[in-house]
Ligand binder design. Structure first.
Ligand code: E4P
Length: 217
């Protein structure tokens, strides 16, 4: 499974990229607004840090507007993936952009049929939102399971499932068990994946016992 980080915070991205665990980055208009920084400058800085796909989302909701914005965004760097919403206009833009060799992440996916459409439109990634489905009392992980089953039924569907709206470390584990290709994870959850109380207490014990030997390596 590939790990993307879901943030527009360049400092966080720098720190996580240094671990060697980062395969890409996703941003969205809300994350850009939260950063309080210039959108294009931020995407350019992120692309210089991470060589994998960096999702930059269009703000337009009509096909012509999306294509115009995508033209600007894809010129920022070769690893920009244009993020478009899962609407008919978005799918039309997806088809045009991927036919032209540009990576596209189709976002705001909440049903298996939507994911099927995204794959038929040639999407590089489809982003099913787990947490937002859980928020309304549904099971986001069921959607990942359904999409995996559908994509596995058809060899010609090459879209990667990018599990998004991840809120817990358990979401990451479940998505990996089901076979999502990528998880895009908030920085705090990505850092929490390494945590286990038995690792901490075991390490403390090893350090203490080693000190008793008086040896150095
Ligand atoms: C994905 O690309 C989105 O940016 C993100 O995962 C949305 O997550 P949220 O539902 O926590 O806002």
């Amino acid at each position: 499974m590939k790990f993307f980080v879901d943030t527009a915070d360049v400092g966080e991205i720098q720190e996580l990229a240094a671990t060697g665990l980062l395969d890409g980055v996703t941003t969205n208009p809300s994350l850009i607004a939260k950063s309080g920084r210039d959108f294009k400058q931020t995407i350019s800085e992120i692309c210089a840090i991470v060589s994998g796909p960096v999702s930059a989302e269009v703000a337009a909701t009509d096909h012509a507007g999306m294509m115009k914005e995508a033209e600007v965004l894809r010129k920022i760097a070769d690893n920009v993936a244009i993020k478009v919403p899962l609407t008919l206009d978005g799918l039309k833009a997806c088809k045009a952009l991927t036919s032209d060799g540009t990576m596209v992440n189709v976002t705001l996916c909440f049903s298996a049929n939507q994911a099927l459409l995204a794959a038929k439109a040639g999407a590089t990634f489809v982003s099913p939102f787990i947490g937002r489905l859980d928020d309304i009392g549904l099971n986001g992980m069921d959607l990942i399971r359904e999409i995996r089953a559908i994509y596995d039924n058809y060899q010609d569907l090459e879209t990667d499932i990018l599990a998004a709206s991840i809120r817990t470390v358990n979401h990451v584990k479940e998505a990996a068990l089901i076979g999502a290709d990528v998880s895009t994870i908030p920085p705090s959850i990505l850092k929490a994946l390494v945590k286990h109380p038995l690792t901490d207490s075991g390490l403390a014990q090893f350090v203490a016992d080693w000190q008793k030997t008086g040896q150095t390596i």
